[in-house]
Design a binder for this molecule. Structure first.
Ligand code: 26Q
Length: 803
């Protein structure tokens, strides 16, 4: 293709003319992006083909990662970096008067996810390819990703997102590989050669068309595939009303659902889940049967991983194919299925566990329901043999009960491995949430602490820091992130610490410019950047943060001798459109920001910024500029968190509870390099079990809390009369289920300690260095290596040496 800058320039100009039929002078940024994207995809294609051929020929075991979300963000810079052509391209474009950074801005984020779970899937794909592991993703090609957030008068307003408006340069439509997914209809029992067989008839069939994205490993020849399915009408609809059928069909891959645990089971969401699962399993089996004569050894060559329970119908779907199409007996089919499926749980919130009403499930998926029902019958019978007469236990564990299908129970019964995403989370699953299943299947349970792609979240998004690290310890950390520990040697090197400090300062300058541009507010880059970015949820306690800010405001206003080191509090968060309480908290943050940012008495000691439309590309600007990372969930509620790891890797210090992966972060960096506060998970769970917490006591006995809560309802916010009563009530009338008031005093203390630590810059920089140095453990390369060895039993293929 091109191996020099000059070759690149020539090819670029040629391609631009070819694609758009106009000269370079008249071309736009978007055209530059599309030209470049096209060239890169072509550059990738021969390795992509070779990787697939090698997988086919080697017969090695493959893993397929099924996920309803893949939160990829932008791919341009990542692909350039991974292919090792970033410099040639940067310099070639520079010669032409084009800034690569501006070209990047023309790419829309692929926002096909809500938050942690979706981004984890994207980081995993990056690590699989980089480690030369045969692992592919299957997802849905939503026409609209997660909504775009606007803040209007302090309120969240949702607009439809439209990432495909200008097409997607990375994808390849594979119409030849489309499959049919049947819905509705009825099941007919027929006798074939004396055997009872089931046929699903009178179906409404949807065509699933795959769009493949190449997943390029970092400086390797491996190019794996992310296959995203798009729903289209089938050529021969049985439905008379063709327009209605077309609309209904296309709606399946139209929108990504916002993560909303308060939402009732929506039929379209179930359609999406079966659509993903059925298309993917059919595609996997088709490819398998192209090199094998039967499915008898399927589980020895294929692992199918389900990312939470959203794709749990993979279990009955695989059973359906083995029973109805391969004509296997139940036991044989079940044995293969059980040995193929592995499952990750991402939550301990029991209200978030998926359940589908039979009245919705059965008519939509009649054959799948029959199979689930049979799995349930047999499972309950086994339980009966093990616990004779213990109806109560069996009822608690059943897969189908009380008119509902419980997806987590289906996943637990039908998998060979279930893992939590941080040690505490896995322990809670074993001891509490899934304890009854743990008793029956202790060997299935295991922990895989989450990780993040250090290539995207450090190498790409913080080039200044990445360069300093490479100049200091060499570049081996890029392939072996544990090598970052070698930075510890430079703990007492003033020259190194000074460079670390100036890189952070530069990153803060850049973020300050973005803040100015987006909000009009001037923030001081030498203030502490205290950052809280993640989805808005009560359990993540953005409320605790803003109440503390209100308290600081009160203190400064009341006592002119009181002063603090200047702080800029930065928030970014989307609330689910139907999550009333979460939206109130966004409004509260913005109302507080309005007062604080316009109060001259504060002498710029405090600023509060809410950055709208938090998403991957914005996150990449935020993490490198953070001093403090807010990880303040109610202990036991955050399964892992992955933002905590991104901050740590960029040298921010965590202010956090002993929740999720914060605990493991503390163990790595040491207690002196993290600010821990608040109740422990055991204490929280003890309160839930035995009571003993009275939020109102904290209101009455802590003047600071009293004052802050009163201002929620006493007219303190002139523009927001009565607006925050729901928040006040949740704390005082509904006894504060997330222990905001219980942890308030301890949070105030730790925040003060963090502020003091920052004033001692030498100490702070050493803390920061320790966080960076110990962050290698939280690379998704480590996580994926554990999945590959312990769960999937897959091996790296030899990356081809010649190209
Ligand atoms: C369910 C039903 C209907 C509509 C939407 C959903 C839905 C969608 C997304 C439910 C949950 C999610 C996403 C959950 C999630 O992101 N969980 C996070 O996963 C991270 C990766 O493991 C963890 O680090 C976080 O702790 C966990 O909250």
């Amino acid at each position: 293709m091109f191996t020099s800058k000059e070759e690149f320039k020539k090819a670029f100009l040629q391609r631009l003319e070819m694609m758009f039929g106009k000269s370079f002078q008249d071309s736009t940024r978007r055209e530059h992006f599309q030209t470049l994207g096209n060239m890169i995809r072509e550059y990738i294609s021969s390795d992509w083909i070779k990787t697939n051929e090698q997988y086919r020929a080697s017969g090695e075991k493959q893993v397929y990662y099924l996920s309803i979300e893949f939160l990829l963000g932008r791919l341009l810079r990542n692909n350039l970096m991974n292919l090792g052509i970033e410099n040639i391209v940067y310099e070639g474009l520079y010669d032409l008067g084009i800034d690569l950074a501006e070209v990047e801005e023309a790419e829309a984020d692929a926002g096909l996810g809500n938050g942690g779970l979706g981004r984890l899937a994207a980081c995993f794909l990056d690590s699989l390819a980089t480690l030369n592991l045969p692992g592919h993703g299957f997802g849905i090609r939503y026409k609209h990703g997660l909504f775009e957030q606007k803040i209007v008068d302090g309120y969240q307003v949702e607009l439809p997102e439209h990432w495909l408006r200008h097409g997607n340069v990375w994808e390849v439509r594979r119409a030849d590989l489309a499959v049919q997914v049947p819905f509705w209809g009825k099941v007919e029992a027929v006798s074939e050669d004396g055997c009872l067989q089931f046929r699903h008839i009178n179906t409404e069939t949807v065509t699933a068309v795959p769009y493949d994205l190449p997943i390029v490993g970092y400086k390797t020849k491996t190019v794996n595939t992310l296959r995203l399915w798009s729903a289209q009408p089938s050529p021969y609809p049985v439905n008379k009303d063709v327009l209605k059928y077309k609309r209904e069909t296309e709606s399946i891959s139209e929108f990504l659902y916002p993560d909303d645990t308060h939402d009732e089971g929506k039929i379209l969401r179930l359609k999406q889940q079966y659509f993903l699962v059925s298309a993917s399993i059919q595609s996997i089996i088709r490819s398998y049967l192209s090199t094998h004569s039967s499915l008898l050894d399927f589980h020895k060559h294929v692992s199918i991983h389900i990312n939470d329970t959203h794709p749990a119908l993979a279990i009955p779907e695989l059973m359906r194919i083995l029973l109805d199409e391969e004509k296997m007996g139940w036991d044989e089919a079940w044995n293969i299925t059980k040995n193929t499926i592995s499952y990750t749980n991402h939550t301990t919130l029991s209200e978030a566990l998926e359940k589908w009403p039979i009245r919705i499930f059965q008519p939509l998926l009649p054959r799948i329901f029959m199979i689930v029902d049979e799995i349930n019958e047999r499972f309950c019978k086994e339980l009966w043999d093990r616990y004779p007469g213990d109806w109560e236990r069996i009822e608690k564990m059943a897969i189908v009960a009380h008119g509902e299908v419980r997806m987590a129970h289906l996943a637990l019964a039908g998998c060979y491995s279930v893992n939590g995403v941080a040690r505490l989370h896995t322990d809670i699953l074993k001891k509490r949430e899934m304890n009854l299943f743990y008793e029956v299947f202790p060997d299935k349970f295991n922990n895989k602490t989450n990780g993040i792609s250090h290539r995207r979240w450090l190498l790409k998004s913080n080039p200044g820091l990445a360069k300093l690290i490479s100049e200091t310890i060499g570049t081996s950390w890029i392939d072996s992130p544990a090598q970052l520990e070698r930075l510890i040697e430079f703990r007492d090197d003033p020259a190194f610490l000074k460079k670390l400090s100036s890189i952070k300062k530069e990153n803060k300058n850049s973020l300050a410019a973005i803040i100015k541009e987006k909000t009009g507010v001037t923030v001081d880059p030498s203030s502490i950047f205290d950052v809280h970015v993640k989805r808005l949820h009560a359990y993540k306690r953005q409320l605790l943060n803003i109440l503390h800010i209100m308290h600081l405001y009160n203190r400064i206003k009341e006592d002119s001798s009181f002063s603090i080191y200047p702080r800029t509090f930065i928030f970014g968060a989307k609330a689910s459109p139907g999550y009333y309480y979460a939206k109130k908290i966004i409004k509260l943050i913005n109302s507080v920001a309005d007062i604080i940012n316009n109060d001259p008495d504060l002498n710029d000691q405090l600023k509060v910024i809410f950055l709208e439309n938090y998403r991957v590309s914005l996150a990449e600007e935020i993490f490198p500029a953070a001093d403090i990372s807010e990880q303040i969930s109610t202990a036991s509620k955050e399964a892992s968190g992955t933002g905590n790891m991104k901050f740590m890797m960029n040298g921010a210090i965590t202010v956090g509870t002993l929740d999720g992966a914060n605990i493991e972060i503390m163990e790595k960096v040491g207690e002196e390099n993290i600010f821990i506060f608040g109740l422990t998970a055991d204490e929280v769970l003890h309160y839930y079990q035995h009571g003993g917490y009275n939020a109102r006591d904290y209101y009455h006995h802590d003047y600071r809390i009293h004052q802050v809560l009163d201002s929620l309802v006493n007219g303190f916010f002139p523009d927001a009369e009565g607006e925050f009563e729901a928040i006040y009530d949740s704390l005082i009338m509904q006894n504060d289920q997330y222990f905001v008031l219980r942890d308030f005093a301890s949070y105030v203390d730790i925040q003060q300690k963090a502020g003091e630590a920052f004033e001692d810059q030498d100490r702070w920089l050493k803390m920061s260095l320790m966080n960076i140095a110990k962050s290698g453990h939280f690379s998704s390369d480590r996580t994926i290596a554990e999945y590959a060895n312990d769960i999937w039993k897959i091996k790296a293929t030899n990356p081809m040496i010649n190209s």
